[in-house]
Design a protein around this ligand. Structure first.
Ligand code: SF4
Length: 827
């Protein structure tokens, strides 16, 4: 983080987004690196930190001693404003270096509604937004991720776009940059060299004369034939705050061969390549031990299809059940849910259950090649509720090709049948129905189909909601205007760059966030560019040339068209994972084969933690919350501590029930930004531990700013002390500390203050503050100190004292660093 920013962090929401310094973040000596690479993610920290591609590239690049890869995320509007006010350029998390000072800036593009964030980040980082305006000395700005499979809408902003798996090509790009730096030459020479790399599209070179000739040489996607050889991070920077997917993720396979006809990922990541179960096991072993995460997820487009799942899951649960680590499987298909798989997931915790029928009738499920039957869906729903789940999520799409009113009614009927089947089982239950509007994504069999207008989409969604009127059923849908925009941006051509730029200039950012999205701004942008957005969402003829046709996924266009026609006639296409090739073209074209593993050899000599006894002891820890930790919210700090204790191998005691949690008690929450030298935490652990053993196991600093300074055993039935006397101290510029105000306070009999936001009687500070002093000036600063007793409801916030007694404004208070310490304790 930029050091000049730290003292202003209290002025923004969730300052932990900007702190950096997480465990496993990589810090290098700048003098020893030759290439500084910014991995940029066009959304907020909590979203970007959940994105697998960025974690893989961070690991891959930082393994090279001559390269330092750092992370940069989109700032929230309050931070963007603060950066402008302070004239600080958007900094990286690791070194705090401004974006414009990097050699290469690589954006991940996982979804279209982040496009204007790219422009905002470039602008805040001091880099010209249009690639044509970048000069010698400016960073080279590149992009990768699923959206680059139609690179044209963003082609005006990037110097190069990478198509396909990034692990190898990123190394080649770095090698090209290092050679160029050594040999010398202008920016054009580097771009020319990048344009020669397989899988790299350089708009300025490849489509320079696009206005004259529509021909762009084909760019074929890059692919990693064997994930086991590509390198994968067992650990990545460990966030303090809760992120969107807050668990250890191990990618068990890339690619899916099920062939759902609406699914872009199913085409662009083909063919399937599984990671060996031994490597998955080893990555989980190392990752869970080193991070302390209580949950791991086995990631892939269809985790239930992983060939060795029935062998791997029991082995994982055997190893981690005792430590209450839950294993989750996202993207489960109902036809892959064997009772063995469900039983294994259940062994620790029910991690939420989702079924994605996508369409309500069998006819429409056949059109989209979602080869699941109504019976399978009903059976799965009954099974999960009878095993104790209480909430079932169902995903559906509306507007799929050939959808009729009958299909919408079928959707309603299916949900009602599920409700009825579950009701028979008895007990409390909820069904959450999530609806989205179908988008005909590039490279899919449905790319020729039309997308619904916003009005039609809203009318179909409203019909479903009104028909599903039950207290057990909750219906939600994606904003139809956002889906409409996503469709346009995903199917756009080069002209779309101008619209994106206009929308950004008008203030459109964070479009994926409902509270920031403004369709009106986009409408104006389209109008000012004289573009009719609807034209991108029309159905097309077979021979239509799409803007993305020059990108070769390896799957032939004829195959996609035939799949579209087969879909319309309700004909299914089987899965090719186990060897029945459907001739999509990718394997011969890319000279690759599906890679699966049928056997799992259980690793010998695996470490198993064996606890001698089951009974419990309680220890009281005295702990600091200073430095970067003071900017963590109470929940963030709690989670970070729990993970630290798990990492240290402390045998925690857990609560019983469906969601076993570690038995820890914390005192009242501290205001964000306040440093404390003495917070209490009670921890219950297995009773063979002693104070000495805990000291031995725990590191000196649990994480930056959080340090254990005392441990003592307390009776199991004791509670955290309700009352404590604390001293507060803050250094003030001498112009801010008025000794007369202190005298006035000390000589008064009453000092009433209103508690902000509370409609209660004013507090009398005079009866709460026990001592107050202003120490003599030292180097232009005065030290204010006060002592008070905290009650069960928490402390009197220091800003109340500083505002009321010292007459300071909120913006001054936010830049001060107040320290709380234990004055007298019963510790
Ligand atoms: S070429 Fe055949 S085996 Fe390979 S992904 Fe396509 S359908 Fe599957």
């Amino acid at each position: 983080m930029n050091p000049s920013l730290e003292k202003y962090l209290s002025r923004v929401r969730r300052p932990s987004r900007y702190l950096g310094k997480e465990l496993f973040s990589v810090i290098k000596d700048s003098r020893t690196v030759s290439l500084r690479f910014a991995l940029a993610f066009p959304d907020l920290y909590e979203v970007g930190m959940s994105y697998l591609g960025m974690k893989i590239l961070y690991h891959t690049l930082n393994q090279r001693p001559e390269i330092w890869a750092e992370r940069v995320f989109a700032p929230a509007p309050d931070m963007a404003q603060l950066l402008k006010e302070l004239s600080i350029l958007l900094p990286s998390l690791e070194s705090g270096r401004a974006l414009k000072e990097f050699d290469l800036v690589g954006f991940s593009l996982p979804y279209e509604l982040g496009y204007t964030n790219v422009l905002n980040m470039l602008s805040l980082g001091g880099i010209p937004v249009w690639s044509r305006e970048r000069k010698e000395g400016d960073p080279v700005v590149i992009a990768g991720g699923p959206c680059t499979f139609n690179p044209e809408p963003m082609s005006g902003f990037f110097d190069a776009l990478v198509i396909g798996d990034g692990e190898e090509v990123i190394q080649e790009i770095c090698a090209a940059w290092l050679t160029w730096k050594k040999v010398g030459g202008d920016r054009q020479i580097l771009l020319r060299s990048l344009s020669g790399l397989s899988g790299v599209y350089v708009p300025a070179i490849h489509s320079k004369n696009r206005e004259v000739s529509p021909e762009i040489p084909a760019i074929r996607k890059r692919i990693i034939p064997d994930l086991n050889q590509a390198g994968y991070p067992a650990v990545s920077p460990l966030p303090y705050q809760q992120i969107i997917h807050d668990r250890l993720s191990v990618e068990i396979a890339r690619g899916c061969t099920r062939g759902c006809r609406f699914c872009q990922a199913g085409v662009i990541y083909r063919p399937v390549r599984e990671r060996s179960p031994e490597q998955v096991y080893q990555l989980l072993e190392e990752g869970l031990s080193r991070t302390g995460y209580p949950e791991a997820t086995l990631l892939s487009l269809s985790s239930g299809d992983y060939t060795c799942l029935n062998q791997l899951l029991p082995a994982l649960m055997e190893r981690w059940e005792r430590e209450k680590v839950a294993v989750s499987l996202p993207s489960l298909r109902v036809d892959t849910l064997s009772s063995e798989v469900i039983e294994q997931i259940l062994r620790v915790r029910k991690t939420g259950f989702t079924i994605a029928p996508e369409a309500g009738t069998q006819r429409l499920r056949d059109v989209i090649n979602k080869n699941v039957t109504e019976e399978e869906i009903l059976q799965t729903a009954q099974t999960v509720f009878s095993l104790g789940w209480r909430v079932l999520k169902l995903y559906f799409m509306i507007g799929l090709p050939s959808e009729t009113q009958e299909d919408l009614e079928g959707l309603v009927l299916l949900v009602k049948k599920i409700e009825k089947a579950v009701r028979k089982k008895g007990g409390r239950f909820e069904i959450h129905v999530a609806l989205s509007t179908f988008i005909p994504k590039p490279h899919t069999p449905f790319q020729w189909a039309a997308q619904l207008s916003m009005e039609e989409s809203l009318s179909r969604l409203t019909f479903i909601r009104s028909a599903l009127n039950s207290r057990h059923i909750q219906v939600k849908w994606n904003d139809t205007r956002q889906s409409f925009l996503e469709g346009i941006l995903s199917r756009g051509d080069q002209r779309m760059s101008r619209v994106i730029y206009r929308a950004f200039q008008k203030g459109s950012i964070l479009d994926a966030w409902g509270e920031h999205f403004s369709w009106e701004l986009w409408q104006q942008a389209f109008e000012e560019e004289s573009m009719n957005p609807q034209r991108y969402l029309k159905s097309q003829d077979r021979d239509y040339v799409f803007p993305w046709d020059f990108i070769q996924t390896g799957v032939e266009k004829d195959y996609l068209w035939n799949e579209f026609q087969k879909g319309l006639s309700g004909e299914s296409t089987p899965d090719c994972r186990q060897g029945d090739c459907n001739q999509c073209g990718i394997c011969p074209t890319l000279k690759i084969k599906p890679l699966i593993f049928k056997e799992f050899t259980f690793p010998s000599g695996r470490p198993l933690i064996v606890y001698p006894k089951e009974s419990i002891k309680k220890f009281r820890l005295l702990i600091t919350k200073t430095g970067p930790s003071r900017f963590l919210g109470h929940l963030e700090w709690k989670e970070a501590i729990i993970r630290s204790l798990r990492r240290a191998g402390l045998p925690l005691a857990f609560s019983q029930g469906f969601h076993p949690l570690p038995r820890l008690s914390f005192g009242p929450a501290l205001p964000v930004g306040l440093s404390s030298m003495g917070e209490f935490i009670d921890v219950q652990v297995q009773d063979w531990l002693s104070e000495e053993k805990i000291w031995d196991r725990l590191p000196a600093d649990l994480f930056p700013g959080t340090k254990i300074i005392g441990i003592s055993e307390v009776p199991l039935n004791s509670h955290l002390p309700q009352k404590q006397i604390y001293q507060y101290q803050v250094e003030l510029d001498k112009a801010l500390g008025d000794p007369e105000r202190v005298k006035e306070f000390l000589s008064s009999t009453e000092w009433p203050v209103e508690k902000p936001g509370k409609k209660t009687e004013p507090l009398n500070l005079k009866s709460i503050i026990r001592e107050l002093s202003l120490l003599p000036e030292n180097n232009g600063t005065l030290t204010a100190r006060w002592t008070l007793e905290s009650g069960p409801e928490g402390d009197i916030r220091p800003e109340l004292v500083l505002r009321s007694i010292f007459n300071l404004t909120d913006s001054v208070i936010q830049s001060l660093s107040v320290v709380k310490s234990l004055s007298v304790s019963n510790y």
